[in-house]
Design a protein around this ligand. Structure first.
Ligand code: 16G
Ligand code: ZN
Length: 533
């Protein structure tokens, strides 16, 4: 056990810094992460032992953040986000001052969970293409080694690929086996499902994919080798896939750039009507977009993907004769455009749940549904099918060829959707399948409803911790009186809606406002920002 003190000593904690395992794990400037990574290695080993040696994932990434940042998150055995209790443990561990404190706390966790230190600990590690990744991997390895863990290092992976192999490793040989726990297994699974789900339909035109100069670039290039040839199916143009120059990561490209700036990456050469999409730096987020016939940029964000996919799955469930046994629901956050919510309820006639921001909240809500379609407006999301639903779909006997066809498509979609976590590459293939079946281009997709004009503002405040919300972040309970003041402003505009919440990733409060017109939305956002300041 003195190995633990040694490991912690080799990677001392910088003085005066406080770390938090937040919505996306630990994330900050890479240069202050050494001690955190070593300690995460220790915690990962203990988490695995507390689950009788199940494989736990460690992903080193800072997603859409700038190149000089990095971060780390832990993945549970079925590919889910880390349990909250262990988030707290990770935070505590990362803030222990001395190597001896680290060792003491390690022993405390062992006692708390009655962990047998002789039992196996199994951990999978992977990283995105950031320059700091290799060094930080070494820090994690030191922690894992000190804790006596068995380690599989997959090198460069997208975040969803890591979630995938973790789930595969833990389900291997069971009735829930998810696939081959290898990179090749990933491509083969999703490539084959794409071909089956298309059922001979060919997506129109081509698709340009901006890979944020991140790990999604080389991985998409690999995936393409496992897709049907472009003459038969989808023609993909890969752009912004320069991982040789790590300082280019997420700079003027990627899903976050496109969503935040509401414009295509400057490098884009797409013409009017050309279908484009952007991944983020670790390929767990995706947004679509195109230029319309008047050359105006049009975004098809996570809300649009959710409505498209929910409508398609709804149709297939109905056509397969399963409408009475399966209920589809959509899970959104408060950031979902009001028009999208209304479209799902009134047009698709599906249930909508709203949860706080952050994938884990949406995922948990979706798990309660037969078929849960969840997406954040920023492009994080997937679809999950409950075990009973999978069973129902597997056992269903079609009564005619129409039902048989829909059932085939539905089964292929289940294989095509990465159910361990939102996956930009898998989501992209799913969108392409849906568009091909509907025979839609981006304009038809956009025409399903009209977004309400909206505005997002970042407000710097003295102390964001005083902002407490309820009702899935849609209402402030503290500071007192602020919500009443916001409500008053909302009343003044047509179709007004606004909320303010403390960011989980930045030291700021975010204000969202929407209204019938752009001017009203902008005005409302400004007024609410004044109130929270
Ligand atoms: C994290 C979350 C993302 C959320 C964002 C909100 C995950 C994997 N990532 O990036 O889902 O949209 O935080 O950031 O859960 P904010 O709290 O700063 O608005
Ligand atoms: Zn990401």
């Amino acid at each position: 056990m003195s190995g633990i003190v040694e490991a912690a000593k080799a990677h001392p904690a910088p003085e005066g810094l406080v770390y938090t395992y937040g919505t996306a794990g630990f994330r900050t400037k890479a240069e202050v992460l050494d001690s955190v990574l070593t300690r995460v290695g220790l915690v990962a080993a203990l988490r695995s032992r507390s689950l009788k040696g199940k494989w736990i994932g460690v992903m080193i990434t800072a997603s859409h953040n700038p190149p000089e940042d990095n971060g780390v998150k832990l993945v549970e055995p079925l590919g889910n986000m880390l349990q909250e209790e262990w988030e707290v443990i990770s935070t505590k561990m990362s803030n222990k001052a001395t190597p001896e404190d680290v060792h003491e706390y390690y022993k405390e966790i062992v006692a708390q969970f009655k962990i047998d230190l002789e039992s196996p600990a199994r951990v999978v590690v992977a990283r995105d293409t950031r320059a700091s990744g290799a060094h930080l991997l070494g820090c994690v390895q030191d922690g894992l080694k000190a804790a006596g863990a068995e380690v599989k290092d997959f090198g460069y992976f997208t975040t969803p690929q890591l979630h995938y192999v973790v789930r595969c490793l833990n389900t291997q040989g069971t009735k829930d086996a998810y696939g081959e726990p290898t990179e090749k297994g990933y491509y083969e699974k999703f490539g084959a499902a794409f071909k089956t789900a298309l059922k001979g339909k060919k997506p129109s035109g081509s698709l340009t994919v901006d890979c944020a100069n991140g790990v999604g670039g080389p991985k998409l290039t690999e995936l393409i080798k496992h897709l049907p040839p472009k003459e038969e199916a989808l023609e993909i143009h890969v752009i912004n896939d320069n991982v040789v120059k790590p300082e280019a990561l997420n700079v003027d490209c990627g899903a976050d750039f496109v969503k935040t700036n509401q414009r295509a990456p400057p490098s884009s050469k797409a013409g009017p009507g050309d279908r484009c999409c952007s991944l983020d730096g670790d390929a767990d987020r995706i947004v679509y977009y195109f230029k319309d016939s008047s050359n105006v940029f049009r975004l098809l964000d996570g809300d649009r993907i959710a409505t498209l996919v929910a409508s398609f799955l709804g149709d297939q469930v109905r056509l397969a004769g399963l409408a009475d046994s399966l209920k589809i629901g959509v899970v959104q956050t408060a950031y979902a455009n009001g028009a999208a919510t209304q479209y799902v309820i009134e047009h698709l006639k599906l249930k909508v749940d709203c949860t706080p921001t952050g994938v884990k909240h949406l995922h948990h809500a979706a798990e309660k549904l037969d078929v849960g379609v969840y997406f954040e407006a920023n492009g994080h999301g997937t679809v999950i099918f409950s075990p009973d639903t999978l069973d129902t779909i597997a056992k269903h006997e079609p009564k005619n060829t129409g039902q048989a066809e829909a059932l085939d498509i539905l089964r292929a979609c289940i294989n095509l959707i990465n159910q361990s976590v939102g996956d930009a590459l898998s989501d992209m293939l799913l969108v392409e399948v849906v568009l091909a079946h509907k025979n839609w281009g981006p304009q038809e997709w956009l025409s399903t409803y009209t977004d309400l004009p909206n505005r997002l503002l970042k407000v710097i405040v003295n102390d964001r911790k005083i902002f407490e919300t309820t009702d899935a972040e849609r209402k402030l309970v503290k500071p007192e009186g602020v919500q009443t003041a916001i409500d008053k402003e909302v009343q003044k505009v047509r179709q007004g809606r606004s909320f303010a919440r403390a960011s989980g990733t930045e030291d700021a409060v975010r204000v969202y406002a929407e209204a019938a017109t752009k001017a009203e939305a902008e005005d409302l956002a400004r007024k609410v920002a004044e109130i929270v300041k």
